[in-house]
Design a protein around this ligand. Structure first.
Ligand code: NAI
Ligand code: MG
Length: 777
């Protein structure tokens, strides 16, 4: 080929990275790989093992030990034994270990990148330029959190022994996202890599060994889902962190329900990639290539749903097809290759089947006539058009190089389509108009929004989902909170006059003599009789006996009222102040209800009302003060971390100090813009139920706060199972039941604690959305 011809075609020759280095490492450590437990290497006692192969050529790389009960027990015991010393090691010393790990990752950059490419099939360009640098960055960044731990998180400590299970799509990076914050905060770890890609985790274990990390702080056990379950269900694990499929996430949610284990889940997605007519179309096409063909589309936050404005759809599709035809699919060790191999034959089969299903459902499939390499698991870049919002391939995560495309006309339609998914991991918005970009970014219900960019990650920005994409954040200060727990030595701001709180209630209102009250339920801003028409005798009077229908009506009202979140924080605060004033004016009346209902002394009852008034003032004050942040990341631009309302929150109120308990939980949720369906104390419902009179005179929009009285056991499951409810705060009754029921739509469950620090309540009342805004000319 002449130089002129080369210049015309811009054809690249092969540019393979050498794997000699990595082969040597494999020979030295394999072919039978052990696992790393308590600072030493061992094989499974059962002798069970499985193969790991290079998906690009199906060559055997080695065999991996399948950890059973014995090894998982040993790893957990080692982590437990290491915990006291590691957690009391000064932050500065922990920081030095993380720093040393980061240095070693950099030093072995090439080895790690090549091992990862060999085992996973992703292009060397990605492992070299994205995965491994981000791993190093993650350990450097978290060395900083270890260093600053005591001053930044003064009333927090580590959670304890963490069981961490990760997927195969970013093996080493997911390991870093899990291990770095955990050990920075003083936790110890048992981590299991995915069975397709165990090798880089074992190489990482060797790094831990080489820097002299104390034995038992990090344990790496290998195996498949059975080993994963042994970890996540282990009695002596305090916290479970999982990244993987929503299906397995749901299994883990149910299995850990009621165990008291802390849990974070980072699950699937079907993230929208929205292109407006005023976008820079060429940049958007390039962005989309990255969004859906990076890592062969095996990315939880992949921009797998293109939404393009109708006026530019044809032009956009045309440019996209042309660009797809130029994508090079080939040997992932070739530095000039864009797309490597699919991780395994099983995954390739899933992708093919979903594509077939798409065709069967009437969609149009387009693939460039790219030649695929033989002998490995490859799939071409694929575009589906003529799909409807309800098509299976539009709703299901394909986890492969497959894009579906829909069009829209207006901004409203774009937002509606974007949110028409059960997931909420990420989204990408393309428009040169700042109003459009920001308005749409704020309206998408997802944890990360990229404006005019995509797949930006940084150790100092939290990453994680809304809705069925899971809960918890990884990265930055947000992510640290997944690995710390309040030590309880904060100065409690919750009023704590507990005298009389748990005093037995007088039966049938005996204690009150002349007071006999009937309180209705409050739904959609109106007093409601219970749907079933039944009442319950409670101390001090009667309340409605709510049923499932009442709960559903209350949730429907709360959903309708979500515009509350769009009011300014100042306006919400005004309403809360107003409630405080109106409640204060009726102190005597509420005090008499409380004493009649709980049997406490008049003094205690008056104190409880005063404390409740103080709570309304307190959360009104907080409404505009729980600011988000602007993160410093490696991107040139701004990363805005917004504390957003979660949505509709169900609150199961405590029995002790019923009016104050109700207020302490409901008020912060309202302050942050959530709408609420509360179940007041079953034992003493009258105190809280009487509040509707105050609400009615306080300008609270109908539906923002609803409550249904009755027998907890008859109504809690309806609330906890309801797909329209986004989170549950449970302060009474059986938390296990609530956690199991929550798995349907992966709602967040908080074991609500009225004595927790304000900041804990605010954090539980919000979810962080990170908006990435690159800029530059
Ligand atoms: P998976 O969710 O089964 O595997 C992820 C991890 O969980 C692996 O380490 C696995 O060994 C472990 N695991 C499996 N069953 C478990 C159990 N019962 N208890 C504890 N741990 C368990 O994902 P898989 O099978 O590899 O892929 C299937 C689909 O999941 C993909 O097609 C994709 O749609 C989705 N997926 C999504 C990921 C994401 O990051 N959002 C990552 C990986 C897969
Ligand atoms: Mg492999």
């Amino acid at each position: 080929m002449s130089v002129k011809e080369i210049l015309d075609s811009l054809e690249w020759g092969p540019a393979p990275e050498s794997d000699a280095f990595a082969r040597e490492w494999l020979d030295e450590h394999g072919p039978d790989f052990g696992m790393y437990i308590d600072g030493g290497w061992r094989h499974a006692a059962s002798g069970e093992k499985f193969e790991t192969r290079n998906p690009a050529d199906n060559q055997l790389l080695g065999t991996i030990s399948q950890a059973g009960e014995e090894e998982v027990n040993a790893a957990v015991a080692a982590a437990r034994a290491a915990l006291p010393e590691w957690s009391s090691t000064p932050g500065h010393v922990r920081a030095r270990y993380l720093y040393a790990i980061a240095r070693q990752v950099q030093k072995h950059h090439r080895l790690l990148a090549v091992l990862e490419t060999l085992d996973n099939g992703k292009p060397i360009r990605e492992t070299r330029d994205v995965d491994v640098p981000l791993v190093a960055r993650h350990f450097y960044h978290h060395a900083g959190w270890a260093q600053l731990f005591d001053e930044t998180f003064p009333s927090y400590g580590p959670v304890g022994v963490c069981g961490q299970v990760i997927p195969w799509n970013f093996p080493l990076l997911m390991l870093a996202w899990k291990i770095a914050p955990a050990i920075a905060a003083g936790n110890t770890v048992v981590l299991k890599p995915a069975e397709f890609t165990s090798i880089s985790a074992l190489a990482f274990a060797a790094i831990c060994e080489s820097v002299g990390l104390p034995s038992g702080v990090v344990n790496i056990v290998t195996g498949d889902g059975r080993t994963g379950a042994l970890i996540t269900e282990h009695e002596d694990i305090d916290k479970v962190a999982f990244t993987g499929s929503t299906e397995v996430g749901r299994v883990i949610r149910k299995a850990t329900a009621g165990s008291g284990k802390a849990l974070t889940l980072e699950l699937g997605g079907k993230s929208p990639f929205i292109v407006f007519e005023d976008a820079d179309i060429d940049s958007a096409v390039e962005g989309l290539v990255n969004a859906i063909w990076f890592n062969q589309g095996q990315v939880c936050c992949a921009g797998s749903r293109l939404l393009v404005q109708e006026s530019v759809a044809e032009e956009f599709h045309e440019k996209l097809r042309a660009r797809m035809g130029k994508l090079r699919v080939g040997n992932p060790m070739d530095k000039a290759v864009d797309m490597g191999a699919i991780v395994d034959e099983v995954q390739l089969k899933t992708i093919s089947e979903l594509c077939q299903l798409g065709c069967d459902e009437g969609a149009t499939m387009w693939q460039p006539d790219t030649e695929l390499p033989k002998g490995g698991w490859f799939f071409p870049p694929t575009l589906f058009t003529d799909v409807s919002p309800a098509s299976t391939i539009v709703q299901e995560e394909i986890f492969g190089p497959v894009l579906v495309s829909l069009t829209f006309r207006s901004h409203e339609e774009a937002i509606a389509l974007a949110n028409n998914t059960r997931y909420g991991l990420a989204g990408s918005v393309w428009s040169q108009d700042l109003d459009t970009a920001l308005e749409v970014a704020r309206a998408i219900r997802a944890g990360t929004i990229w404006v005019n960019c995509t797949n930006q990650f940084d150790a100092n920005s939290g990453f994680g989902g809304y809705r069925e994409s899971g809960f918890g954040r990884e990265g930055g200060r947000e992510g640290m909170h997944a690995y710390i727990r309040p030590t309880g030595d904060h100065e409690s701001t919750a009023a704590v006059a507990t005298a009389g709180a748990d005093a037995p209630a007088p039966a049938g209102g005996d204690g009150s003599g002349d007071i006999d009250r009937t309180a209705k339920m409050y739904i959609g801003g109106k007093q409601k009789r219970p749907d079933g028409g039944y009442s319950l005798d409670v101390p001090g009077g009667q309340v409605g006996r709510g049923n499932r229908k009442d709960i559903r009506d209350a949730v429907a009202a709360a959903i309708k009222a979500i515009a509350w979140a769009e009011m300014s924080a100042h306006s919400r605060a005004q309403v809360l102040y107003y409630i405080a004033e109106n409640l204060e004016q009726r102190t005597e009346e509420f005090a008499s209800i409380i004493s009649a209902s709980t049997g406490c002394s008049d003094d205690d009852a008056a104190t409880e009302v005063a404390d409740s008034v103080a709570e309304w003032f307190r959360w009104a004050a907080w409404a505009d003060k729980f600011d988000g942040r602007v993160h410093e990341t490696t991107m040139h631009g701004l990363v805005l971390a917004l504390n957003e309302a979660i949505g509709v929150v169900g609150v199961i109120c405590p029995d002790s100090r019923p009016l104050h308990g109700f207020t302490r939980l409901v008020a912060p949720l309202l302050a942050m813009g959530n709408t609420v369906v509360a179940i007041p104390s079953e034992a003493h419902p009258l105190a809280a139920a009487g509040i509707y009179q105050v609400l009615e005179t306080s300008d609270l929009p109908g539906g923002v706060l609803n409550f249904v009285t009755g027998l907890r056991q008859e109504i809690v499951s309806t609330l906890a199972e309801h797909d329209g409810v986004d989170a549950i705060w449970s302060a009474a009754g059986d938390i296990a039941e609530v956690e199991v029921a929550s798995a349907g739509n992966m709602k967040r469950v908080w074991n609500a604690d009225t004595s927790a620090a304000d900041e804990e309540l605010l954090r539980a009342a919000t979810q962080v959305k990170n908006i990435w805004l690159p800029h530059g000319v």
